[in-house]
Write a protein that binds this ligand. Structure first.
Ligand code: PLP
Length: 405
């Protein structure tokens, strides 16, 4: 163990007893280079962040130019910051018309928190609905929506009440009633195990929200910016939410979140009282500059269509492996879930794949599911490399499990 690794374990807060603990020296394209010189193909892109891979020249140039111009100058919302304004303009051009006003935050969870406050203020209601298997972040409000009770349990009373509904089940939608301020849903559940609902379910959900006057919130923190084969996953369903929440790939590798809705909804934050929802660093100029550069590449190179094509091909190749331990491959664009019959097999497979130089990981709320979310720029030869290593990892996992038995 290196000195740095020891210090990492000793001085940084740990989020589990088993961190991957790869000592990162640098990152370029779809590859991470470790301190010992080993190269790892990044099939998770920092969990859905690095849509353009690492170190895209346009993003680096935008960050450099903005850094020379200015960094932080004032709390969010007071000065006219060109990087923020241009990004908001471009986002609202690309989103459905009624998603016309943007509030920038530092992270996805913070954008969820702002959304919950808007929903309460705009509707005068207190309750929320969310879905089993959901993940919306780890601040108190976002955690209250979490669809895995194990993660909520240690933290006592959370904001609510929150009604948790089965994901994708139209019959359960009548539990959304006129006490609900907002229904928050990931259009595709990522941490829930890459679960893709039917378009009919999403349309029924929209109808039900309209009937009872609840806001419909799409959490596109992970699904946005081409990941699912469309710029935003909402395009798969023909449904427009009242608020869309974004983060992860939005910032092009810099920390940035946003929530976006109509003038009427987002406008509730500016009065009664004024200054009632503030952030110092939300929409940081460096993050917004990086975000705009990244967004322009995603649009100009049509990386959404690329994700759809490459993702379909990768999913087909995974299905052809035909290993009895793999019970399902669920794919939408370059968000792919490999479901195994057993959680232990899935965890061992992750370790074996990483040891062969390909980074994959499991999902938080579905322990039998391994998730792939590579940069949208991944090349055919890199996919070949990944598939070959995963086949080797499957064999190794199988042999190991036989020895254990
Ligand atoms: N929503 C979804 C769907 C996510 O996947 C995540 C993070 O993984 C979040 C919200 C929280 O975002 P952040 O980690 O930036 O707070």
């Amino acid at each position: 163990m290196t000195e740095l690794h020891e210090l990492f374990l000793k001085r940084l807060a740990q989020t589990s007893d088993a961190p991957i603990a790869l000592e990162i020296s640098r990152a370029e394209g779809c590859w991470l280079v470790a301190a010992d010189g080993r190269r790892y193909l990044d099939l998770i892109a920092g969990i859905g962040v690095s849509a353009l891979g690492h170190g895209h020249p346009n993003v680096i140039a935008a960050i450099e130019a903005q850094a020379r111009r200015h960094l932080h100058v004032m709390v969010y919302g007071e000065y006219v910051i060109e990087a923020q304004v241009q990004l908001a303009r471009r986002l609202t051009e690309l989103l459905p018309t009624k998603l016309e006003r943007v509030y920038f935050t530092n992270s996805g969870a913070e954008a969820i928190e702002g959304t919950l406050k808007v929903a309460r203020k705009a509707t005068g209601r207190e309750a929320f609905a969310a879905f089993d298997g959901a993940y919306h972040g780890d601040t108190m409000g976002a955690l209250a929506l979490a669809g895995n009770p194990a993660f909520r349990a240690p933290f006592g009373n959370l904001p609510g009440p929150v009604r948790h509904l089965p994901f994708g089940d139209s019959a359960a939608l009548d539990q959304i009633d006129s006490t609900i301020a907002a229904v928050v849903i990931e259009p595709v559940q990522a941490e829930g195990g890459v679960r893709i609902p039917a378009a009919s379910f999403m349309r029924s959900l929209r109808d039900r929200c309209d009937q009872v006057g609840a806001l419909l919130v799409f959490d596109e923190v992970l699904t946005g910016f081409g990941r699912t084969g469309k710029l935003f996953a909402l395009e798969h369903f023909g449904v427009v939410p009242d608020i869309i929440v974004m983060a992860k790939a939005l910032g092009g590798g810099m920390p940035l979140g946003a929530f976006c809705g109509s003038d009427d909804l987002i406008g509730t934050l500016s009065h009664d009282p004024p200054l009632g929802h503030l952030t110092t660093f939300g929409g940081h100029p460096l993050s917004c500059a990086a975000a705009l550069a990244s967004l322009e590449v995603i649009v100009a190179d049509d990386l959404s269509a690329r994700a759809a094509m490459i993702g379909a091909d990768l999913a087909r190749r995974l299905r052809e492996i035909n290993a009895p331990e793999m019970t399902a491959i669920r794919a939408i664009g370059l968000l792919i879930g490999i479901e195994f019959a057993e959680a232990q097999f899935a965890h061992r497979f992750v370790a074996e794949t990483i040891s062969r130089g390909v980074i994959v990981n499991w999902t938080l709320n579905a322990d039998k599911v391994v998730r792939l979310a590579p940069p949208l720029t991944i090349e055919a030869a890199e996919i070949d490399f990944a598939v070959a290593r995963m086949i080797e990892a499957l064999d190794a996992t199988r042999q190991e499990r036989q020895v254990v038995r």
